[in-house]
Design a protein around this ligand. Structure first.
Ligand code: FAD
Length: 378
């Protein structure tokens, strides 16, 4: 992309975008290969605080018991994924998991719950035919992320916190780093690297938002943080109002209203060309009001499905399914959207149609849940 703004620049051997479990373990392993490697981690939030890994409550599935087996764990994994998984990756996950548990305890300093005989306690968990979930109470993600963060702070790894990745830098056809917006200073930071690793979790429409805003909508990068600030502020203000409205008019009804608003805004947003800043802000605000209306009402409705006694495990399964859906969404989005030589995104409106179709399907599916909750059935 082209910009006339001042850009801070940085050189690295390895650039890691994202600092969840995947990003921090990648940094740890690269640092082990050679302490001389210049590693840069850039994360849009605070180190150790942002991303899904910190939210993990259930735990970490790994084969540790001799009466369990890698084959069985693999079978559970591909069955749970309805055979959509990349089986080579699923096997890698299963095969590596026991080594990662030992690494997290012996090297990183995590401590997982124990049986009376001192072995690691493994609990039953969704989709597993054997009790193989390693955990630290209900705070497994915090245990993992806090210790990984301390390990990374000790290592000679440069961390750019609150730096949002906007775009990849390329040299010819090769990725040669990434461009970030430093939220604290409002400056752009270009990191040139011999290798760039994206460890940013799952996504579909929104992660293209910054690139789309800069290159398609023609908004300058110093206005980006203002757009996010106003949008965030408006959703913060409207959130409690939406929650009360969902109790008053009905959760499913509000979900439908939120979906209708989101659909209209997605269809407008994904087809925009160069647009004045106030209009972009207005569209973003309406889009996010629609999105939060859907999220709040859907969460309220879905959490009424299980008995209170089973709510924890139900929500864990629900979160895992959301993550899996995020992964599928990311793969689909990556196949649809392409970046042209000018930096503008092409086929974003096509992605908009896919998102709209997915939202319509969810409206139909949630109708069944609404009926089930109304009937008091589980
Ligand atoms: C509530 C919840 C409970 C869960 N429970 C379990 C469980 O019990 N067991 C289990 O196995 N899995 C569970 N999961 C799934 C698991 O958390 C994820 O699969 C896993 O943490 C993903 O790790 P990650 O490092 O790929 O992504 P994340 O941990 O999400 O990290 C992504 C990182 O990328 C950064 N990032 C994103 N975009 C940008 C950008 N543009 N620029 C810079 N940085 C960026 C984020 O700030 C973050 O640091 C749960 C998920 C949730 C949400």
């Amino acid at each position: 992309m082209t910009t006339t703004l001042p850009v801070d620049s940085l050189e690295a051997d390895l650039l890691i975008v994202g600092a969840g479990g995947a990003g921090l373990v990648a940094a740890l392993h690269a640092h082990e290969i050679s302490a001389k490697l210049r590693i840069v981690i850039a994360v849009k939030g605070l180190l150790g605080q942002s991303g899904c890994t910190r939210m993990v409550q259930g735990g970490f599935n790994a084969v540790l018991d001799p009466s369990d087996s890698l084959e069985r764990h693999f079978e559970d994994t591909v069955n749970g994924g309805a055979f959509l998984n990349n089986q080579v990756l699923a096997w890698k996950l299963v095969e590596e998991a026991p080594k990662r548990i030992i690494e997290l305890e012996n090297k990183v300093g995590c401590v997982f719950d124990r049986n009376p005989d001192g072995t690691i306690h493994q609990k039953p968990f969704a989709g597993q035919s054997f009790d193989r979930t390693v955990h630290r109470g209900d705070l497994t993600g915090i245990e993992i992320m806090s210790n990984l963060r301390d390990y990374i702070l000790e290592a000679d790894v440069r961390v750019l916190q609150e730096c949002r990745g906007l775009d990849l830098l390329t040299t010819g056809n090769t990725v040669s780093g990434a461009l970030f917006l430093d939220i604290r200073t409002g400056r752009s930071v270009a990191v040139r690297a011999r290798a760039t690793l994206l460890a940013t979790g799952g996504f579909m429409l929104m992660p293209f938002g910054s690139t789309f805003t800069l290159n398609n909508l023609g908004i300058s990068s110093d206005s980006l943080s203002f757009i996010y600030f106003v949008t965030g502020l408006c959703t913060l203000v409207t959130g409690p109002f939406v929650g009360r409205l969902s109790d008053r008019i009905g959760k499913y009804r509000l979900f439908c209203v939120g979906t209708a608003l989101t659909i209209v805004m997605v269809l407008i947003y994904t087809r925009l060309g160069h647009t004045p800043l106030p209009v972009v802000i207005l569209i973003n605000v309406l889009l996010f009001v629609g999105v939060t209306s859907r999220m709040i009402s859907a969460s309220a409705l879905i959490s009424a499905v299980p008995d209170p006694a089973h709510r924890g495990s139900f929500m864990s399964v629900n979160s895992s399914l959301q993550q899996a859906a995020g992964g599928v969404g990311a793969a689909v989005a990556g196949l649809i959207v392409v970046q042209t030589a000018s930096g503008a995104l092409a086929h974003y409106e096509l992605l908009g149609y896919v998102v709209v179709a997915a939202m319509v399907i969810v409206v139909v599916m949630l109708r069944g849940i609404d009926r089930m909750v109304a009937a008091g059935g589980k």
